[in-house]
Write a protein that binds this ligand. Sequence first.
Ligand SMILES: Nc1nc2c(ncn2[C@@H]2O[C@H](COP(=O)(O)OP(=O)(O)OP(=O)(O)O)[C@@H](O)[C@H]2O)c(=O)[nH]1
Ligand SMILES: *[C@@H]1O[C@H](CO)[C@@H](O)[C@H](O)[C@H]1NC(C)=O
Ligand SMILES: *[C@@H]1O[C@H](CO)[C@@H](O)[C@H](O)[C@H]1NC(C)=O
Ligand SMILES: *[C@@H]1O[C@H](CO)[C@@H](O)[C@H](O)[C@H]1NC(C)=O
Ligand SMILES: *[C@@H]1O[C@H](CO)[C@@H](O)[C@H](O)[C@H]1NC(C)=O
Ligand SMILES: *[C@@H]1O[C@H](CO)[C@@H](O)[C@H](O)[C@H]1NC(C)=O
Length: 412
Amino acid sequence: MAGLSPFASGPRRFIFVILATVVMLHYVLGMLHSDYSRLTNFSSISEKWKLAHERVFNSSASLLPPPFLNDSLPVTTTEITTTTELVEVAAPEPTFVPPPPPKRANATFVFLCRNSDLAGVVSSIRQMEDRFNRNHGYPWVLLNEEPFTEEFKERVRVLTDAPIHFGQIPSEHWYQPDWIDEDRARAGRSRLMAQGIIYAGSVPYRNMCRFNSGFFFKHELLQPYRYYWRPGVQFFCDVTYDPFVFMQENNKVYSFTISLVEWEPTIPTLWSTVKEFVKRYPELLDPNNSLGFLSDNNGVGYNLCHFWSNFEIADMDFWRGEAYQKFFDFLESKGGFYYERWGDAPVHSIAASLFASKDQVHFFRDIGYRHDPFQHCPSGDDWTRGRCSCDPKDSFDYAPNSCLKRFEKLFG
Ligand SMILES: Nc1nc2c(ncn2[C@@H]2O[C@H](COP(=O)(O)OP(=O)(O)OP(=O)(O)O)[C@@H](O)[C@H]2O)c(=O)[nH]1
Ligand SMILES: *[C@@H]1O[C@H](CO)[C@@H](O)[C@H](O)[C@H]1NC(C)=O
Ligand SMILES: *[C@@H]1O[C@H](CO)[C@@H](O)[C@H](O)[C@H]1NC(C)=O
Ligand SMILES: *[C@@H]1O[C@H](CO)[C@@H](O)[C@H](O)[C@H]1NC(C)=O
Ligand SMILES: *[C@@H]1O[C@H](CO)[C@@H](O)[C@H](O)[C@H]1NC(C)=O
Ligand SMILES: *[C@@H]1O[C@H](CO)[C@@H](O)[C@H](O)[C@H]1NC(C)=O
């Protein structure tokens, strides 16, 4: 019937319906895709509509409204185009102010994993998406020394609309180098096994530690990014702000949720190697460093404190920079990743503590995190705001083997 058509009741009603339509589409698209609000510009909304439509529905062929608007909006393609032109020419200033563009950091998630880790990977990504990333859409980079299977990729892709990249690690970044003396490496493994140390006999674990120490940030899929987040295992709380933006705006290079003491037998010569390096390159030390976190006697000995690197939000440009590159090359030349079992956690921690200033290292008190057998559970307002699922009484923070007290002492 004629009464159903918005065009039947004169030009004023016509303009009103058009304005309402445009405003509604704007909000709906804004909600659908945070980038849309950045694209919005009323002087060229027609072009932007097309762009946003393509990004959301990936179909440059059609300018039809999204199907779920079908019922509520009896419009056709031509009407939309006409509408935007009419608004440009005739409409008064819109009565609402578009929300400011959300700030976004130059950042990505990085996940090193095997095909056999699928169940854990799905669980981690699901949690990170639910607790944080569904509001942000930061990309994911998954890395493996072997090709990911189609099943793996399909099971991961279904979890998020954020971009996901699957990459293979170049073999020279992963496998034990030829110049490592295998007899000496084997003897090192046996020595650790005799002491009952975890992963004592594992070469793949050592490949992983060396890759995380010196190579992941060189992977081609990570070149476009500066900050990364290792998604770890279990997240207890909503992350109610953007930690990447926090890192960027506060000039942080490294962050942690749990710190603890290392198994000494895995790194018997690491500290003497560090001291040799510092003697050779004293100028690389930051004048305001965190040596006090690493040593209780001004550097003579290592107290084994490190940040637990299975959770990390950090700045890859710091790892790519001169100080860390020289440092890693020096460690690598000693072969300790294979002759001993140097972990990426003490290696990263020592570097961040010596070559960055102490206020560039951040404790994310408000991020609830667990990696068996330890967890950090926020307390007070942080716990409430984050709707945390952990018991605030169960937190490693001030347990005997935690190093948080030492970190806090740096700041008086
Ligand atoms: N692609 C690949 N990923 C690995 C390999 N070994 C470990 N990883 C990944 O590296 C991460 C840590 O490895 P795990 O074996 O779980 O080590 P962990 O028990 O967490 O070790 P700690 O953090 O030292 O307690 C996980 O994301 C694994 O999926 C490997 O050989 N290949
Ligand atoms: C809006 O778009 C027009 C045309 O593309 C451009 O000239 C103008 O600078 C844009 N304004 C803003 C605020 O982005
Ligand atoms: C849209 O889909 C095509 C294939 O259908 C793909 O090549 C293209 O990269 C997609 N574009 C976006 C923006 O997702
Ligand atoms: C959308 O509208 C067209 C034309 O009115 C109709 O043929 C189609 O069935 C509608 N689709 C949905 C999903 O409602
Ligand atoms: C993000 O950071 C990387 C590494 O510093 C840099 O190469 C790239 O240009 C940056 N991208 C943007 C958009 O700033
Ligand atoms: C050293 O770090 C402290 C602690 O954050 C800070 O207050 C101080 O300004 C820094 N000093 C220098 C010289 O950077």
